[in-house]
Design a protein around this ligand. Structure first.
Ligand code: BGC
Length: 730
């Protein structure tokens, strides 16, 4: 449809019809078993069901076809309904959770993964996904850290942008692609105390320099939608926040697409103490520029009246409706309301998507320790022990459209890789401590103690038989994701007891940690020979893990987030400020900025990860010591694979502005490159440095660079390497 026809359609619509384009209702209004991802209040009446412009949480070719057919028949202008879903790290084929994808440091792989998800979701009738989540996360207590790509604004920017490109492709009309939604705008990840939905207090400079960056970079890729966040920012709920939505998102970022609220967030402004009632909430959301009200009912119940009374102008309403109609048009829905649907089969996992998921899973694994070269596994007797050894629950709570039955467990993968007589498996213990609380309620196991005593006995016997124990531990997948904040980052007691008892057998221990958040790993480090973080690796998780354990692939994942010594360090991130009394690396540290009982930095820092092979970084070089705006410096380093195996390393570029009108972080990631080298092979890795990369939110409240001295590192994690110096001149 061309613009003229769209406008003619808009002009022909009744006020009620227009308002309803801005209303999104849960899929459960159409199909009882649709996924509900928030609290629902009351039911939509028949009229709302007939006219609501979009729905979420329902998928499947036949179901969507049926709903769309009925809807379009009843809609006065036969405008198609838009179907949205949280396709976060997979639809049918599930990739590693976003935090695991962050660990790949491979935006191309992440883009390919998003394209694969779009293809599958589209075949099941989905038009838009609520992804990527570009929230910066510095606090492991916040369960939604699992849905992010980590603590770094630059890495997050690359990943969020890659996801938008992957989901949307070059043309939204292409039925293999779907619309992306950048969320949660803004600063949802800065919730105080790491407690979900909690308030955030951020200075404008912290907000702009750190928290807004990844959303801004993702918006440059033209996502069809942006979603508001649940939190307040400096006292104003994001969903009613004109500064954020109008000034920053629309004016500064130039976002032209549809702004949708998060689930019920319009109505929640009443709980916040920002809106008096539903009508006031609808008014305040409209004034902030929120186009679609996701499920709160505030727009459906009040917007018509607000327009009739003149409180909301019809012009404002029309602009919002036109944005929604445009999105439907961009998706090609007016030409084909059943776009993408594969009526024969719906979405199905194919070999190609499995291969991609397997490769990405292997790439996401981060090897933290490998004492005495415990890995790769030797061809001897290997026992796979622990609650994650043979479970199909390797995907997160946000991969609800992926079926567990398709998942390959670690032990299943081991069974295809090794002879039957050389491997054994034992569950070892329950996944959780008795009565552990999850997002879905309390997990109670009858006869928990007896069951665990039995499992432990069996596990110890299995360990006695083995030469190496692969201990598969971690946090249950229902303990990260939405509404899963935790004040402790420890492994469950029952798993720590298993670790202790297995260690007493004296066998070599390779510990794998499955998790959606950084955990305290002190005990695992002390008692294991090798330690590897496996995140929630998805459908092909078992195969990806075994590809690395067996040595077929050398581990190459890097931590996208700091792993703390203790929860007391949170929020924790590498790009801190120095303070006036920095703690010296050596020498007396009294009266310096430090903890008496713990290091300042992480146990394992951002960017860290080992390989089976060894890489030697040569002397880094800078093409010049001075540059002015408009010029480019080149930083380069030669990296050589000095080990015996092919492997990947991620060369990381960090910069520090040594003096500024506002203090600058001790280091900031400004580039990275993953390279693959054969044994003995070397490669030169080069980064161009320009003035734009040195800009920040200055004391003058401008996004500018300032002349002066800079430090630069080319290294393989955020802690190591020697700084070089250069100067920016005016
Ligand atoms: C979450 C969003 C999600 C939405 C729709 C909300 O509870 O915060 O991330 O996209 O539900 O499912």
């Amino acid at each position: 449809m061309d613009n003229k026809a769209l406008e003619a359609l808009l002009n022909d619509m009744s006020l009620e019809e227009k308002v309803m384009q801005l209303v999104q209702i849960p899929g459960s209004e159409y199909e009882a078993d649709a996924e509900i991802t928030g609290v629902t209040r009351g039911q939509a009446n028949e009229k709302v069901k007939q006219l609501a412009g979009s729905t979420l949480g329902v998928w499947g070719s036949k179901r969507i076809k049926k709903i769309q057919e009925k809807y379009m028949k009843e809609h006065p202008h036969h405008i198609p309904l838009m179907f949205m879903l949280d396709v976060i790290h997979g639809h049918k084929t599930v990739l590693p959770c976003p935090l695991g994808q962050g660990a790949t440091f491979d935006p191309e792989a992440v883009k390919a993964g998003a394209a694969m998800q779009a293809r599958e979701a589209s075949a099941d009738g989905i038009h838009a996904t609520f992804s990527p989540m570009a929230d910066l996360c510095r606090d492991a207590r916040w369960g939604r850290i699992m849905e992010s790509t980590g603590e770094d604004k630059y890495l997050n920017s690359c990943m969020a942008a890659a996801m938008v490109e992957g989901y949307q492709g070059d043309d939204l009309k292409d039925p293999d692609h779907i619309a992306a939604c950048v969320k949660h705008f803004a600063a949802y990840g800065a919730a105080e105390g790491g407690r979900d939905y909690n308030n955030t207090e951020l200075s404008e400079h912290t907000l702009r320099e750190h928290y807004l960056r990844a959303y801004g970079e993702a918006v440059k890729k033209n996502p069809a939608m942006v979603m508001t966040s649940f939190n307040t920012i400096n006292g104003i709920p994001a969903t009613g926040n004109r500064f954020l939505m109008k000034k920053i998102l629309r004016e500064e970022f130039g976002f032209k697409g549809v702004l949708i609220s998060d689930w019920a967030a319009v109505g929640e402004m009443i709980n916040h103490g920002f809106a008096e009632d539903q009508k006031d909430a609808a008014y305040k959301a409209m004034m902030a520029g929120v186009d679609i009200d996701m499920t709160s009912g505030c727009y459906s119940g009040n917007l018509e009246e607000l327009v009739k009374s003149g409180a909301v102008s019809e012009k404002m309403l029309d602009e919002a409706v036109l944005r929604v109609l445009n999105m439907k048009n961009d998706l090609g829905l007016f030409e084909d309301p059943f776009r993408g649907i594969d009526m024969e089969e719906g979405a199905k996992i194919n070999e190609e998507s499995r291969q991609l998921a397997r490769k990405t899973a292997a790439q996401s694994l981060v090897l933290l320790e490998n004492k005495g070269k415990a890995l790769p596994l030797r061809k001897e007797k290997n026992a796979f022990i622990g609650p994650y050894a043979n479970t199909k629950r390797l995907q997160s709570s946000w991969a609800f459209s992926g079926e567990d039955e398709n998942t390959v467990t670690v032990f299943e993968a081991a069974s295809s890789a090794y002879d039957e007589g050389s491997i054994k498996c034992a569950e070892g213990c329950t996944m959780m401590d008795q009565d552990a609380v999850t997002a879905r309620g309390v997990c109670h196991v009858d006869n928990w103690q007896e069951e665990n005593d039995r499992l432990l006995k069996e596990a110890v016997e299995t360990a006695e038989w083995a030469d190496t124990v692969v201990l598969c531990l971690g946090e249950d997948s229902t303990q990260s994701g939405e509404a899963t904040s935790k004040a402790s980052l420890k492994l469950p007691e029952v798993q720590l007891r298993l670790l202790d008892e297995i260690e007493k057998t004296g066998k070599r221990i390779v510990t794998l940690i499955f998790t959606g958040r950084p955990l305290e790993l002190k005990e695992a480090v002390e008692l294991s020979d090798a330690l590897m973080v496996c995140w929630l690796p998805g459908t092909e998780g078992g195969n990806g893990v075994m590809d690395v354990l067996s040595g077929k692939v050398s581990p190459s994942g890097r931590l996208p987030v700091s792993f703390p010594y203790t929860v007391g360090q949170e929020p924790l991130h590498y790009d801190m400020y120095a303070t006036g009394r920095p703690k010296p690396e050596n020498g007396p540290s009294e009266y310096t900025s430090r903890y008496l009982d713990c290091e300042n930095g992480a146990l394992y820092p951002f960017g860290y990860g080992l390989s089976y092979t060894a890489f030697e970084y040569g002397e880094p070089k800078l093409s010049a010591e001075r540059m002015s705006a408009g010029e480019t410096l080149t930083a380069s380093v030669t990296v050589r694979n000095t080990g015996k195996m092919k492997g990947d390393t991620t060369v990381q570029l960090y910069i520090r502005d040594v003096t500024g009108s506002r203090v600058r972080p001790v280091r900031e990631l400004s580039g990275f490159r993953k390279i693959s080298l054969e044994p003995g092979e070397e490669a030169e890795v080069r980064f161009d440095i320009n003035e734009e990369m040195l800009r920040f939110w200055t004391a003058e409240e401008k996004w500018e660079s300032e002349p002066g001295k800079f430090n630069l590192w080319l290294c393989d994690n955020s802690r190591d390497g020697r700084p070089m110096e250069f100067w920016l001149e005016r």
